[in-house]
Design a protein around this ligand. Structure first.
Ligand code: GBP
Ligand code: ZN
Length: 258
């Protein structure tokens, strides 16, 4: 499989997932449909599926338009989110396929929105899997808790996504990496992996390049929201349980002005 990030709006990412044998493609959160269609055309691929992570307009807001432009396209979205243009509702554990050798597993990852879905995608044997995490997991951060609790975000982030294989490539919904890493250092100032990744991310952005993908392994090493199982991270924020620490770190991020 081939994955093409497509920057949209201010700091959103849409993604084209290409199955190279059949030249069929899926698109994650196509908020700017014309942009997506021109990338699809340049690459000679046929758009078959839309994978919507959640109902917010900067993710789902292009669905009606892309359906007009590509009438046969199937539009997937979480069954408890009201996703614009949704033709196929998905639940946790639902499986889809694309072309000859791409499989897609829907993971319900609620809290940012009630029906948020992350999509775990596997290709040919030997290829690293990928996960499209929308606004649940950002590189070194997580989404605001608009429609859920710290308990739910703990389950979504640390259990559901945290249990994926370490090499899984992480593709998130926004370019927030530099700010997130700066904030991460306020929680864990001595985390050398976090400092190194910040230097790397600043350089990438200076070159006008995206900071995705990350991997589940890197997130477990640097993302403070995914590190709340560690007693030393709980201690940094004066807490004694993972959920309490996650709630506290989210609150600090909401009030942080980098
Ligand atoms: C920044 O840091 O760049 N502009 C600020 C924050 C996701 S987008 C912007 C912000 O709040 N982003 C949201 C978030 O979860 N951020 C995590 C964080 O700041 O740590 N959105 O566009 C947001 O979900 C939206 C759309 C929200 C419709 C509500 C509705 Br309704
Ligand atoms: Zn959102």
């Amino acid at each position: 499989m081939k994955i093409l990030p497509i920057p949209c709006l201010e700091d959103n990412y849409s993604y084209l997932i290409i199955e190279e044998n059949t030249k069929q493609a899926a698109v994650v959160d196509p908020v700017e449909p014309h942009k997506i269609l021109s990338v699809a055309q340049e690459n000679g691929v046929d758009l078959k599926l839309v994978l919507t992570t959640h109902h917010h307009w900067d993710h789902a807001g292009g669905n009606d338009k892309i359906k007009q432009l590509v009438p046969d396209i199937k539009i997937y979205g979480g069954s408890v989110d009201n996703v614009q243009g949704c033709t196929h509702k998905v639940e946790n554990g639902d499986k889809l396929s694309l072309g000859a050798d791409i499989n897609i597993l829907s993971l319900h990852t609620p809290c940012h929105t009630k029906g948020h879905i992350s999509y775990f995608v596997t290709g040919k044997e030997g290829e690293d899997p990928a996960v499209f995490t929308g606004d649940t997991l950002f590189i070194a951060g997580c989404g605001k808790f608009f429609e859920g609790t710290a308990e739910q975000m703990y389950q979504s982030l640390c259990v559901t996504l945290g249990s994926l294989p370490n090499p899984t490539q992480v593709y998130c919904g926004h370019e927030y990496t530099v700010k997130n890493l700066q904030f991460a250092l306020t929680i864990e100032p001595e985390n050398a992996k976090t400092s190194q990744k910040l230097t790397w991310a600043v350089q990438k952005r200076k070159e006008g390049l995206p900071t995705i993908p990350s991997s589940i392994k890197e997130e477990l090493e640097t993302n403070p929201f995914m590190r709340v199982d560690l007693p030393e991270v709980q201690g940094k924020v004066g807490c004694t349980s993972p959920v309490e620490a996650l709630r506290e770190i989210r609150q600090r991020k909401d009030n942080w002005r980098g």
